[in-house]
Design a protein around this ligand. Sequence first.
Ligand code: B4P
Length: 187
Amino acid sequence: MRIVLLGAPGSGKGTQTDAIIARHGVSTVATGDLLRAEVAAGTELGQRAKPYMDAGELVPFDIVLGMIENGLKTLAVTNPRGFMMDGFPRDLAQAEALDKLLAKINQPLDLVLFFEVDYEEIVKRLLGRGRADDNEETIRNRLRVFEEKTAPLIEYYTRKGLLRTVRGTGTIEDIGARIHAVLDEIA
Ligand code: B4P
């Protein structure tokens, strides 16, 4: 199974990944986690990415693409059950790059799962979490960036017949059950 989790920052993608891994045995590539690890380790890549993350902007394409290429190549050969991408792609250029990459290794996507959550709920959630980039100004900018750059992917994947929408409000267990109902269809 090869899937993309699509949704605004704070829509709960990261929160649901463990349950999806446990049920379907896929591996995950989460660009946000990979970037935070680079920042924490103080690498050159992390130092370049940090100001963008602190401001709630997308980090430059070349940084993310290199990480994804490495992650995907490894996953494609090490886990025959497939992979799940969390936080990538985030704009049209990334989506087109992913299509090319997956065509090259002959592993096209099965499904894109869109988490639908309204913005005021997201602001509430993220202010409660309190990560370094979870202050109100940065959160609002992340939502603006989502609206402008990432939301067009909803139509992009709808046109390809890959998009499925899951309501991302309610308890974590309820949302998990909705996700499993969709994924069980293609498993
Ligand atoms: P991410 O790491 O991807 O964003 P996130 O805010 O963690 O979103 P997620 O949807 O995973 O939320 P979570 O489950 O944690 O990105 C951070 C930054 O990295 C970006 O701003 C950007 O700068 C950079 N970046 C990442 N990928 C990039 C790319 N491809 N290109 C360029 N830049 C990139 O949930 C959030 C909170 O909600 C948690 O506190 C959770 O407990 C809570 N929650 C979850 N489900 C809930 C529920 N049902 N009810 C109540 N609370 C819930």
